[in-house]
Design a protein around this ligand. Structure first.
Ligand code: P6P
Length: 340
């Protein structure tokens, strides 16, 4: 039931005290993401019209015809964060390297860095399937006032101060955590306000949905093949249901509400899997654990992995804790063997 009395803005203010070292910067940062999400939502929701109505007469931020939406989303989030001078650095799936933000006072005295996938699953736009924005926030580790370095971005996921996603679906929702549980806010487009619609989100104790691209089955590690066959076995608490949207944020969101596991394993073609550790797996893992779920690479906790490069990929098993543990039990039977 949506608590109309709780808008995202009021929620952030009421929970400001939960942020360690809070000087309101983190609140302003999350507010900026909220604003950028509304701008992107507006474009995503009319993407299909571009084809029907040609250019739809719309112009993008540079006054050109409609850009590719993931580049557009990247520009919106970066411009919003830079203009408000509340971060000292940004890393994005759409940017080869990180961006160091020099404030108007020409110093880097902001505390936070943001890592993001501005529009995950953007290839689904053309077929009107939900897509999402994923973000991850850390305190910088290098001295305040100096330019950020790669070290500020290559932090393990257990150092995140906040993480969240925006799912542009049948309704647009912002779901995030600052380490004190997970809360979901639904956008009321008519007035551009997010309302607390899903307070204190938790994975159900059990789940029976498994989300994996079975088209890659022959390339999966044997442990994943065994787990999929386990899910399909006709026994008292099975067969499970296979649901795979091809959009991480949507598959994760459904699994968190209904109970399920999302798996993107390593394969012979992608020995480290497809998903990126820093701005896809770490934020989703932080949210999953805060909602009583878990996330691993099949063997080790995602949030404990020490990153060694900005765009590194990892195998990803995430969702209902008991399902992730079951999948890990199959993986551990073949620990040393590579994907076949
Ligand atoms: P595949 C989208 O490109 C994405 O990063 C995730 O959102 C999604 O779950 C996955 O890749 C889909 O990949 O190889 O199954 O099409």
């Amino acid at each position: 039931m949506t608590d109309k009395s709780k808008t995202l803005g009021e929620f952030i203010i009421n929970n400001q005290g939960e942020f360690k070292y809070s000087s309101g910067e983190l609140s302003r940062l999350i507010n900026s993401i909220r604003l950028a999400g509304k701008v992107v939502n507006h474009e995503v929701n009319k993407a299909g019209l571009v084809d029907i109505l040609g250019s739809a007469g719309d112009e993008n931020v540079q006054g050109e015809d409609q850009q590719k939406l993931d580049v557009y989303a990247n520009d919106v989030f970066i411009n919003t964060l830079v203009k408000r001078e509340i971060v000292c650095g940004i890393a994005s799936e759409e940017e080869d390297d990180y961006i160091s933000i020099i404030g108007n006072n020409k110093k880097n005295d902001n505390k936070y860095v943001v890592l993001m996938d501005p529009l995950d699953g953007s290839s689904n736009i053309d077929v009107n399937v939900s897509v999402g924005t994923i973000f991850s926030i850390y305190r910088r580790v290098t001295p305040e006032g100096s330019p950020v370095t790669l070290e500020d971005f290559l932090q393990p996921g257990n150092k995140q101060v906040a993480a969240g996603y925006i799912v542009y679906g049948t309704s647009t929702m912002l779901v995030y955590t600052t380490g004190h549980g997970v809360n979901g806010f639904t956008l009321l487009p008519a007035i551009g306000t997010y309302y607390l619609s899903h307070p204190n989100m938790k994975f159900p104790e059990n789940g029976n949905i498994y989300s994996v691209n079975e088209g890659n089955y022959v390339h999966f590690p044997q442990g994943v093949k065994d787990y999929i066959k386990y899910c399909q076995k006709e026994e008292e608490d099975r067969p499970y249901t296979s649901r795979y949207i091809g959009s991480l944020v949507s598959d994760f969101h459904r699994n968190m509400i209904k109970g399920g596991i999302y798996i993107y394993p390593n394969t012979s073609q992608n020995p480290n899997g497809k998903l990126r550790l820093l701005y896809e797996c770490n934020p989703m893992s932080f949210i999953a654990e805060q909602a009583g779920g878990s996330a691993s690479n099949g063997f080790d906790r995602i949030l404990d992995i020490q990153p060694n490069e900005l765009h590194q990929r990892v195998p990803f098993f995430c969702g209902t804790k008991s399902m992730v543990e079951k999948a890990e039990s199959f993986m551990k039977k073949y620990k040393s063997s590579p994907a076949v």
